[in-house]
Design a protein around this ligand. Structure first.
Ligand code: GMT
Length: 380
């Protein structure tokens, strides 16, 4: 198949899923074209069999807001025609589904069919999409898509409840490449020496540091852990809450043990050095970073929100608590870190679950079947 993929190319789960999907599809022999304003960050160095088409957004003094969605629709139609695409797959509904709808309509006038699949990821439904300013057009683009997928049953239900959408929505979960994300003990031990002393426990947080991630709770949980045992925290990623988190680490006098590493490309190399992942989010429709950690034998202490319980079985593959339960989460982390046998059992169970349910080969095959059903379905 010849597939056009559009996503936000910046640091964020939907862009990561779209990029990893494109890489996996290309490895399976499909022709993959990314169409976006910048090359997705995880594509760097892995783009050999993938084509990237930049969307140029012309500005003009009259425009207070340059119309990216229109430039994107134009580029989608051009690429589809030039490269003879079979379909478009857009990640994050706003504005990508609307642009794809326009591209499909533009090409329909020339007699060319260009179906599109919309994958819903999270805040495109729960936060931004639910805003009245965007709700009607998001609902329209979802209804008009040739196929719609959501990354968890939770998100599918939210879409029905929030938007009153009647159409079918398939659940295709996030996935992880278990051949890439794994703990190679000698390699991990070597890399670990860069971050921690042998007697120190190592915790990690990975996100785009948006308010929904509750980065403050991460620091507070770690501060309580660090009172009880020698430990360090790796903060991976960047975003609006980073300054606050740095200030809090200074204020709590733990900044010598909290390392802000910024945006990193080789997450699969870093994750296996950690003992525990912290993800105390306000909301997660799935929790991709927790899945990547699980594949690397790093269990997550997180919150029981959104689709997290579809990924993590409490006390088996990780631990889930109410939002804001900083004391409970830190007590759980301390108990687990003091019990290496239990931690190891949980780490192995997490890896097993990542392999059994969420490994890339299984989930990519679901996307391929979904594309086939869209291509064989009626034209809209
Ligand atoms: O919603 C966000 O804050 C970012 C969003 C994204 O598009 O980057 O993340 C969402 O998509 C990920 C990949 O499908 C999911 O694993 C995350 O749980 C989800 N985030 C939220 O629902 C908050």
């Amino acid at each position: 198949m010849k597939i056009g993929i559009t996503c936000y190319p910046t640091y964020g789960g939907s862009g990561v899923v779209a990029t990893e999907l494109g890489i996996e599809l290309a490895e399976r022999g499909h022709e993959v074209h990314f169409i976006s304003y910048a090359q997705p960050f995880r594509l760097a160095g892995r783009e050999s069999r993938i084509r990237f088409h930049e969307v140029p957004v012309t500005n003009y003094p009259l425009f207070e807001f340059p119309p990216y969605d229109l430039a994107l629709a134009t580029r989608m139609a051009e690429v589809a025609e030039y490269s003879d695409l079979d379909l478009l797959h857009v990640h994050y509904a706003i504005p990508h589904s609307v642009s794809a709808l326009l591209a499909r309509q533009m090409l329909a006038r020339t007699g060319r069919r260009l179906p599109f699949v919309s994958t819903l990821h999270g805040t495109d439904i729960t936060l931004v999409g639910a805003d009245r300013a965007y709700l009607p057009i998001t609902r329209y683009a979802i209804e008009e898509s040739d196929g719609v997928t959501a990354i968890s049953s939770y998100l599918r239900q939210q879409t029905v409840d929030t938007f009153g959408v009647q159409r079918e929505i398939a659940v295709i979960s996030n996935f992880v490449n278990c051949d890439l994300y794994l703990r190679n003990r000698p390699v991990a031990e070597r890399l670990r020496t860069q971050y921690a002393l042998p007697e120190e426990r190592l915790l990690v947080h990975l996100s785009n540091f948006r308010p929904v991630k509750r980065v403050r709770d991460v620091i507070e949980i770690f501060a309580r852990v660090a009172e009880q045992m020698p430990a360090r925290l790796l903060m991976v990623g960047d975003g609006p809450e980073r300054s606050m988190a740095e200030w809090l680490a200074m204020h709590l006098k733990i900044h010598d043990r909290v390392h802000f590493l910024g945006k990193m490309e080789s997450i699969h190399e870093l994750l296996p050095v950690a003992d525990l992942m912290l993800m105390p989010s306000e909301l997660e429709s799935f929790g991709l970073a927790a899945l990547e950690a699980m594949a690397c034998e790093v269990p997550t202490i997180g919150t029981d929100v959104g689709g997290m319980a579809e990924l993590i079985e409490h006390n088996v593959t990780g631990m889930l608590f109410p939002v804001g339960a900083v004391a409970e989460m830190s007590e759980a982390a301390i108990a687990l870190l003091r019990d290496p046998e239990r931690l190891q059992t949980m780490a192995k169970a997490a890896r097993c679950e990542a392999q059994r349910t969420f490994c890339a080969s299984r989930v990519i095959a679901s996307y391929e079947r979904f594309y086939e059903s869209v291509l064989n379905g009626p034209a809209r």
